[in-house]
Ligand binder design. Structure first.
Ligand code: BGC
Length: 757
């Protein structure tokens, strides 16, 4: 049935009067955006308004019995309870698993028909989804690498292209509101959502977050959601949804910058962190949500809570004595929509609070205005049904090529004694828990929330074993161990004795959110035992790390002939890894985090001088001594830097300092290379970092070729957050560093205070 024909006539007429002509957009030019929204708002009852501010999960309106056939069966009574009785403005999520394209279309059409035909004002719902690495809840969707791998590409254009693929698949499904990108900065590697981040550096996360936000929103009417504002990833203990005891200065220095970038990039919505900062749950923080996000950063889109978090102010965080008080707190703090997500207490309490005079109706109006404006901007007020013209954009060959290219460029060669690339005629043992499995390659948020059910994956998706077998006629497989438990390690050892080389794929199976909490960053014992046993045979061993965070491997790393970090590379991951192993692709990924050598040595690359007692990264076991450093990544060719040159030996606060450096491919293969520019201030009134990333550029060079790369630094790049939370620029000497080249310049000004003055 054609969805637009199914609109009830009376609802249609009402919409025409209020907001223009559905499906045509004709009247949009006649009536301004704000007027359309005000006209609608002025007709709404209080119940309709608080309903717009309510978001429930699909399960709340779905039938109890479901088949996993890619279609959702709704419960007509519960659906009407949500949309007609409680006037909910938004629904999110899947029930158990991804839907087919037809499944999404049928679902969205059914929901919108009820919203348009059976409610007084016919306001469509806005559907929210977590497409966090491609169309991961679409049965035929493209599964891209998770963000931690995309960060390793250091490729702005590729990250944008990946976001465009995601947007196309959201549009094809008819899903207008995406809960991505994650802009939490991955400073704590234990944190189970580390793989969803762009790594440990705020500058890198900000640059790539901007690309992802713009890429999601540039393709068609899709709203990006930068999440989870704020401080979520700064948990003290590294478990999901646990407190971050961060000072405001630290929050502003390390966690806020990517969100500032995301707001500047035009993100239409923000999701709030489920955590707390310095004792204040972010959902209850008027300071962070209103004073900073709205007033300081100028965000005027929709602020949505995370899952059940208003309720949790009462039941978990215990800052609200009652549920009603929790609602008051969150609304006063500044949220627009509550992901309740199973019930309607939020709406009921909010209406009561308004009636009692505890919350002015104008406050509710402000939120509803923003929600309606987002619906208008997404075109929902004109035509809320899936736009069939996008259907052909799901799971295309082009999207798959983007997934392949992204996976290739994520892969980071951390160690290689020359064993790689492999010769096709070698006798190869393939072993380890990630070798013949799809779920670790795809990770969490793939067809199901946890990503642990491969039955929904396309049947032709290769495992790493398949991809290696496709390239070599002499492959033996022995599982060796699971992720947590030993299997037949002896069989792997016997096979290793007859092999020229062993490829062991270790790491982590898929997980999402708190299910991925771990008490120890060390690679599980069963996997270490397998690797040790294979290493003991003397057969050269290549470790392939398929993992969302740096599991500690110091017990085995030094004896491995090569180490390949694959992160969570998605559906094209196996092919991409095999391309690198066999030298078809020359690796160029660089680590977007510091890989710890010990579980308790979790320093970041931009630590303070006291953590190294000097600026170099290698001070032995007692100091900063990571397994691999931020930015590490080898190639099958070699690159050298020369001619580091500053534009001027001195600059003023409003000047621009240029930094030129020449890169030469000194090997015998073409390759890509990312140049990283770090800056260090000699002395400052607050302890400076040993280095901070302030520029990066990825280039391609043929053997023997050179290219000069230019960076430009502004005062902003040299500033840091002072005690009062404001950016501070202090004069003095600064070093710029590219590889092992350094140059020094002076920042001088009469207007800015010298340190400690
Ligand atoms: C996660 C969010 C996600 C939401 C909706 C929450 O549990 O923290 O990242 O967007 O669920 O699925």
């Amino acid at each position: 049935m054609s969805s637009s024909l199914s609109v009830n006539r009376s609802a249609l007429l009402l919409l025409v009067c209020l907001v223009g002509v559905p499906g045509t957009g004709v009247a949009q030019s006649d009536v301004s955006r704000a007027e359309r929204v005000e006209a609608l708002l002025s007709r709404m009852t209080l119940e309709e308004k608080v309903g717009q501010m309510t978001q429930v999960t699909l399960t709340a309106v779905a039938a109890a019995e479901q088949d996993v056939d890619g279609h959702v069966r709704l419960d007509p009574a519960r659906l009407r309870e949500a949309i007609v009785e409680h006037h909910v403005g938004s629904i999110l999520n899947v029930v158990d698993a991804s839907l087919t394209l037809e499944g999404w279309h049928a679902l969205l059409t059914e929901l919108q028909q009820v919203a348009l035909n059976e409610t007084r004002l016919g306001i469509p719902i806005v559907y929210g989804i977590d497409f966090v690495h491609g169309g991961n809840y679409l049965r035929t969707g493209t599964i891209l690498p998770h963000n931690i791998g995309l960060a390793a590409t250091f490729n702005r254009e590729l990250v944008r292209r990946a976001a465009v693929v995601t947007a196309e698949e959201a549009l094809a499904s008819g899903l207008p509101w995406n809960f991505a990108p994650v802009l939490d900065v991955g400073r704590i590697p234990l944190w189970p959502r580390y793989y969803e981040t762009f790594g440990e550096d705020p500058f890198l996360a900000g640059v790539l977050g901007r690309e992802a936000t713009e890429g999601l929103q540039q393709t068609g009417p899709v709203a990006a959601t930068i999440k989870h504002y704020l401080g979520y990833s700064g948990s003290d203990v590294g478990r999901d949804r646990t407190p971050a005891n961060l000072t405001e200065r630290v929050v502003r220095e390390y966690y806020l910058p990517p969100f500032r970038d995301g707001v500047e990039a035009g993100a239409m919505s923000v999701m709030v962190s489920s955590g707390e900062i310095d004792g204040v749950p972010v959902h209850a923080s008027r300071y962070w949500l209103t004073d900073v996000l709205r007033d300081e950063l100028g965000f005027d889109g929709v602020i949505v809570t995370d899952w059940q978090d208003v309720i949790f102010l009462h039941t978990r965080h215990r800052v609200a004595q009652t549920l009603k008080d929790a609602v008051r707190m969150a609304v006063e703090a500044g949220i627009d929509m509550s992901m309740t997500p199973h019930e309607y207490g939020f709406a009921v309490h909010l209406a009561e609070l308004v009636r009692e005079g505890a919350i002015p109706e104008s406050r509710v109006d402000a939120s509803v205005r923003r929600i309606l404006t987002m619906k208008l901007d997404l075109g929902l007020l004109d035509n809320p049904y899936p736009d069939q013209t996008w259907a052909a954009h799901a799971g295309t060959d082009v999207s798959r090529q983007t997934a392949r290219q992204a996976a290739r460029e994520t892969i980071t060669l951390l160690q290689n004694d020359g064993v790689l690339p492999l010769a096709r005629d070698s006798r190869i043992l393939v072993t380890g828990p990630a070798a013949d499995a799809l779920t670790p390659l795809h990770g969490g948020w793939t067809h199901t929330w946890q990503g642990t059910d491969p039955t929904f994956f396309p049947t032709n998706t290769p495992t790493l074993l398949d991809a290696i077998r496709a390239r070599s006629g002499s492959v033996v497989f022995a599982a060796g161990s699971g992720f947590e438990e030993a299997l037949d390690i002896d069989a792997a050892v016997r096979a290793a004795l007859g092999a020229d080389v062993a490829v062991i794929a270790v790491g982590e199976d898929a997980y999402s959110e708190w299910v991925g909490d771990i008490p120890d960053l060390t690679l599980p014992a069963a996997q270490l035992d397998l690797v040790r046993a294979v290493l003991a045979t003397g057969t050269p061993t290549v470790l392939v790390l398929v993992q969302g965070r740096p599991r500690v491997i110091s017990a085995i790393a030094d004896d491995a002939a090569a180490i390949v970090m694959a992160y969570v590379p998605g559906m094209e991951g196996a092919e991409a890894i095999a391309e690198v192993l066999f030298g078809e692709h020359n690796p160029a990924g660089r680590l977007p985090f510091t890989y710890p050598r010990h579980p308790n040595a979790l320093d970041t690359y931009d630590h303070k001088f006291t953590q190294t007692l000097g600026p170099t990264i290698d001070r032995g076991p007692g100091g900063f001594y990571p397994q691999f450093a931020f930015g590490d990544g080898l190639s099958y060719t070699t690159f050298t830097y020369s001619g580091l040159r500053l534009g001027s030996p001195a600059m003023g606060p409003d000047d621009e300092q240029t930094v030129d450096v020449t890169v030469t491919n000194t090997g015998d293969r073409a390759g890509q290379h990312t140049v990283l520019l770090f800056v260090r201030q000699h002395y400052a009134s607050l302890t400076p970092s040993v280095r901070r990333l302030r520029g990066f550029d990825k280039i391609s060079l043929a053997p023997g070729d050179s290219q000069t790369v230019r960076f430009a630094l502004t005062g902003n790049d040299l500033s840091f957050i002072g005690r009062d939370g404001a950016a501070l620029l202090e004069p003095g000497l600064f070093d710029v560093m590219v590889g092992d080249l350094e140059a020094t310049f002076e920042l001088c000004s009469d207007e800015i205070d010298a340190p400690n003055s």
